[in-house]
Design a protein around this ligand. Structure first.
Ligand SMILES: Nc1nc2c(ncn2[C@@H]2O[C@H](COP(=O)(O)OP(=O)(O)OP(=O)(O)O)[C@@H](O)[C@H]2O)c(=O)[nH]1
Length: 345
């Protein structure tokens, strides 16, 4: 059995963006990261150009899947079927990425995942890729309201910054960011070339290295495409506490996360009459998911925050506050925790 994150649900990340903005380039960058088991759903099968050697195996033969797997989605109606297959615990995938066609409407796709009937799915965020060099010639003429598509994004990746003349770059990127924030003031924005975002913004690989069953071609492809420009590293902060915590403080953090933390994840323990109970916590952008853990191993609680330009001191202070030890939870805290667990189902 491969190492697995199976005790938690599989995050499903939606990748959207205008035609040619760089979605597939970003996806291939993520697929090249060692260790990760990534499932891919594309709804544009005729036009697929994901690196075949990185996406190995067929979903109909899950036993043969090595580094990841690929599923084609002919129409929106097939999304749940594809998610059902790709989130099967046997595959032990770290993440499923849905690459939309350039014409897809992000808000609609986000709703399809949010209201998916598939039990093992959790929302992993929506990444909108923007072509910095053609933005004001394609998506937006700069007049009137900004495109509403940004409202659904948790992360906006402003790609192809290399194609913006250096003399205009700062001003152009600032103008794009201002338009993005019109409908989504808190969204996280990354500026990249070749879709090279830090994969830690998107998923956790259960193992840091390639599994032994991965096809050698994947490693070869990775070498051939070795990144000349390293990606912008995301920062992270980890806080642990040996005891059970007060859920009201945790809920305060999840309802109003620190602005520079894109993801917050971890496991926390809460005291009950029958001993401590553990919960898995996941926040992406502003969307929180909490689920009761199947097993509780002791009372330790841990949270990790990940983000670009992470304000580490401020974030550490917030995580420390959220993990303040409590031998007994407040009634109000328990009520809020149970409510979030219910809406996370
Ligand atoms: N110069 C430059 N070219 C890029 C960058 N990112 C992607 N490209 C190129 O832009 C073209 C389109 O990239 P894709 O990744 O195919 O874009 P896409 O959004 O998947 O395209 P569709 O699926 O057709 O909507 C390709 O030729 C890429 O090599 C970048 O940061 N800089």
């Amino acid at each position: 059995m491969p190492p697995t994150n199976a005790s938690t649900r599989v995050p499903v990340v939606i990748l959207t963006g205008h035609l040619g903005s760089g979605k597939t380039t970003l996806l291939n960058h993520l697929l090249r990261q060692p260790g990760a088991r990534v499932g891919v759903i594309v709804n544009d099968f005729g036009d697929i150009n994901v690196d075949a050697g990185l996406v190995t195996g067929q979903i109909d033969e899950p036993a043969s899947i090595a580094g990841g797997c690929l599923c084609c989605l002919p129409d929106a109606g097939g999304l749940d079927d594809a998610l059902e297959k790709l989130t099967h615990p046997r595959l032990a995938l770290d993440v499923v990425i849905v690459e939309a066609s350039g014409l897809a409407e992000p808000g609609t796709l986000a709703k399809l995942v949010r209201f998916s009937g598939v039990e093992r799915v959790r929302r992993g965020g929506l990444i909108e890729v923007v072509d910095a060099s053609s933005y004001f010639d394609t998506l937006d003429d700069g007049r009137g309201p900004a495109p509403v598509r940004f409202a659904a994004a948790s992360l906006v990746v402003v790609n192809k910054t290399d194609l913006v003349p250096e003399t205009d770059r700062e001003e152009t990127l600032a103008r794009i960011e201002a338009r993005v924030r019109e409908h989504n003031p808190d969204v996280h924005v990354a500026y990249v070339v070749g879709g090279r975002i830090d994969p830690r913004l998107v998923y956790d690989a259960a193992v840091p290295e390639d599994p032994p069953d991965e096809l050698p071609i994947a490693a070869l492809l990775r070498e051939a495409a070795a990144d000349h420009h390293a990606h912008q590293h995301a920062g992270s902060v980890t806080v642990t506490t040996p005891g059970t915590i007060e859920p009201a403080r945790l809920l305060d953090l999840l309802e109003e996360p620190p602005p520079t933390a894109y993801r917050v994840k971890g496991t926390v323990a809460v005291a009950t009459g029958q001993g401590p109970r553990s919960y898995h916590v996941n926040l992406v952008g502003r969307s929180a998911h909490v689920a009761a853990a199947k097993r509780t191993d002791g009372t330790a609680s841990e949270l990790v925050a990940i983000g670009l330009d992470l304000e580490t001191d401020a974030v550490r202070a917030r995580l420390t506050d959220a993990l303040a030890p409590a031998e007994r939870p407040s009634t109000e805290g328990l009520r809020r925790l149970r409510q979030l667990v219910r809406v996370s189902l």
